[in-house]
Ligand binder design. Structure first.
Ligand code: ADP
Ligand code: ZN
Length: 302
């Protein structure tokens, strides 16, 4: 089996890995996300070393924070676009990796990659569609539909959907610099920390913060279910480490859909409909391997 490279390019760290799948991770490194030149040159050093050691690397897949250009025919394919991350606007990431390592590169968003990882090796096996939502410092969502990652004009930005916000219940104005009280602005780990003036992880399990969090996340999920009709929803990210959130979200989704969708997956088996990632925190890097595999298929037809 061809040896693959993967890069999970995140806002706080880049994870780089070499292997062939979840049971065969041969090398892994974490590089802090500082300035593009510094971070990307460390990424290149790692893979150059790996290529020297292993003799060959067939392709590299990248899942990146956004917004990024994922349109293969676009002159800016593989670039970071107007990301709020300082220094990273208009950076040609894929082009640099391709040039320096002379290797085929597959590219998508971090969350489309995580969705692909789960689709191939995790809780999406056997399905034709799923959504992957990460609730971490920010909120991001991607997915697979008909076996392919969701692309359109650009790529989904599910964290920035606008949702009802009752200021008399929750006077917090929101934390998104673009939209204030979008889903990310109300329910990200960063938003929780600003609203409650403490880290989300330090809020006790019976704190009202969790019911409010579940309310916002369920609102988002209901909108995604009604819009995209995914066969499963996978929720990852640091905030979802709170075990009390899953049952709260599931019951809200079922109750507020109000039996409108007559599907057993939601009506009778919601515990298996809204689930954590089977690959855990490895979903993203495994998705990067899937992107590398897809690039090999595209380039060499194997
Ligand atoms: P990132 O989004 O930066 O890639 P994570 O998915 O780990 O990274 O998310 C980090 C966010 O999750 C932070 O806002 C942090 O406060 C929150 N977080 C991390 N662990 C927990 C936890 N056990 N419970 C609740 N929130 C957590
Ligand atoms: Zn927003």
């Amino acid at each position: 089996m061809a040896l693959l490279g993967g890069i999970e390019a995140g806002g706080t760290k880049f994870v780089c890995a070499v292997g062939t799948g979840p049971d065969d991770l041969q090398a892994e490194i974490r590089i802090p996300t500082t300035m593009p030149q510094e971070t990307i040159s460390q990424v290149i050093d790692f893979f150059q070393q790996q290529i020297k050691q292993t003799g060959d690397l067939a392709a590299i897949g990248i899942g990146a924070f956004g917004p990024v250009d994922v349109c293969e025919n676009s002159p800016k394919f593989g670039w970071f676009l107007n990301t709020p991350k300082p220094g990273w606007q208009q950076v040609d990431f894929v082009g640099t990796i391709k040039r320096e390592l002379n290797i085929p590169v597959g590219f998508d968003t971090d969350v489309n990659a995580a969705a692909l990882g789960e689709y191939q090796w995790g809780n999406g096996i056997g399905l034709g569609s799923l959504i992957y939502l990460t609730v971490g410092t920010g909120i991001g969502g991607g997915g697979v539909m008909g076996g392919r990652p969701i692309h359109g004009l650009l790529h989904p930005e599910m964290g920035h959907i606008l949702i009802p916000h009752d200021l008399s219940v929750d006077p917090f104005v929101g934390a998104c610099p673009f939209h204030q009280d979008c889903l990310e602005g109300l329910a990200s780990g960063f938003a929780m920390e600003k609203r409650w003036q403490q880290k989300a992880a330090s809020l006790p399990a019976d704190h009202p913060a969790w019911a409010l969090e579940a309310h916002y996340l369920a609102t988002g999920l209901i909108n995604f279910i009604l819009t995209l009709s995914p066969e499963r929803i996978i929720l990852g990210g640091g905030v979802m480490e709170q075990p009390q959130l899953f049952p709260l979200i599931r019951s809200q989704v079922r109750e507020r859909l109000n039996a409108y969708l007559e599907v057993p997956q939601i009506m009778a088996d919601i515990d298996n409909y809204i689930v954590p990632p089977k690959l855990g925190s490895k979903a993203g890097i495994m998705g990067a391997f899937v992107l590398a595999q897809q690039t090999i298929k595209q380039n060499f037809g194997v």
